[in-house]
Design a protein around this ligand. Structure first.
Ligand code: C2E
Ligand code: MG
Ligand code: MG
Ligand code: MG
Length: 275
């Protein structure tokens, strides 16, 4: 059935899996084509210092507008890219694009880039990052790489050596989506993180769920006592922002401050052009 390509053939008697699998194969094909034709884009979402309210950096987020389907969520196409061996290409494209564009920003504005656990597997992520920094001229101190716990699950000393090396160049390392995985304390102690990002699921629930509030409070105090910058993602409302500020959360990100936008739409881009 996987090879059946006759148009208009009714396949509803077959298992739903085949239909889903065919859809997926098509999407993979389209993703590969989009990459080849340079149709992936990078948008930037601000993160702010909660105390001053100032934008302190932008997170690069991959975007793919499909001809027929419209915007495909990175929660869909990033795992797909990981599954079929395209993630290194995508990851490098995002890193290069973002570092190049960040060179036009004021130098106190930082850049955060997500890195897939699979980019750590082949062992050349460090060289890739260093090469991109020197090719674009971006100072290592302005870059922070966001990794999830899945990176740390890749056992062995290599991952920790890579992360330590990145730190020694001055690159920041953020633990993304904190609270959704094992959130093991040993990770926080054994890897030289500079930032923890509390997952948006906790923040979005904050107003309704006492449990989320307790988790957030605990993570903020834990992060602070370890000397890490604690960030909350998914801040949509002023009340939530105030609560987090009051608890001592250093930074925040969310629709309250802005959604991800193309580089030419960022607030200082206009000022730069006008100047
Ligand atoms: P993430 O790294 O945790 O990024 C935060 C996600 O939360 C983004 O979704 C952002 O648009 C969304 N978000 C931010 N503020 C709010 C808010 O106030 N409310 C709500 N409801 N959502 C908010 P996005 O852009 O769809 O990205 C989803 C995930 O896809 C990212 O989660 C990241 O894990 C992955 N991703 C995106 N771009 C890349 C990339 O270049 N490389 C890799 N490896 N992963 C990427
Ligand atoms: Mg992230
Ligand atoms: Mg996150
Ligand atoms: Mg996420």
């Amino acid at each position: 059935a996987a090879k059946g390509e006759k148009r208009g053939t009714c396949r509803s008697f077959e298992s739903g899996f085949d239909v889903a699998a065919q859809e997926k194969i098509k999407l993979i094909f389209d993703l590969r084509e989009a990459i080849q034709h340079n149709r992936l884009k990078v948008h930037y979402q601000p993160f702010v210092d909660l105390e001053s309210g100032e934008v302190v950096g932008y997170e690069a987020l991959a975007r793919w507008r499909h001809d027929v389907r419209g915007e495909v969520s990175p929660d869909v196409f990033i795992p797909l890219a990981e599954e079929v061996g395209l993630i290194e290409t995508v990851g490098k494209f995002v890193l290069e694009t973002a570092c190049r564009e960040a060179m036009h920003w004021p130098t106190h504005i930082r850049l955060a880039v997500n890195v897939s656990p699979l980019q750590f597997r082949n062992g050349n992520i460090l060289a890739t990052v260093i090469n991109v920094l020197s090719a674009t001229g971006l100072a290592a101190e302005r870059l922070e790489l966001e990794i999830t716990e899945a990176v740390l699950m890749e056992k062995g000393p290599r991952t920790s050596a890579i992360i330590r090396n990145m730190r020694s160049f001055g690159i920041g390392i953020s633990l993304d989506d904190f609270g959704t995985g094992y959130s093991s304390l040993s990770y926080l102690l054994n890897y030289p993180f500079t930032k923890i990002k509390i997952d948006k699921s906790f923040i979005l629930n904050l107003e309704h769920e006492m449990n989320s509030r307790e988790v957030i409070r605990a993570v903020i105090s834990l992060g602070r006592s370890l000397g890490l910058t604690v960030t909350a993602e998914g801040i949509e409302r002023e009340g939530v922002c105030e609560y987090l500020r009051g608890e001592g959360c250093a930074q925040g990100q969310g629709y309250l401050f802005g959604k991800a936008e193309p580089a030419d739409k960022l607030s200082f881009a206009a000022k730069r052009d006008a100047a």
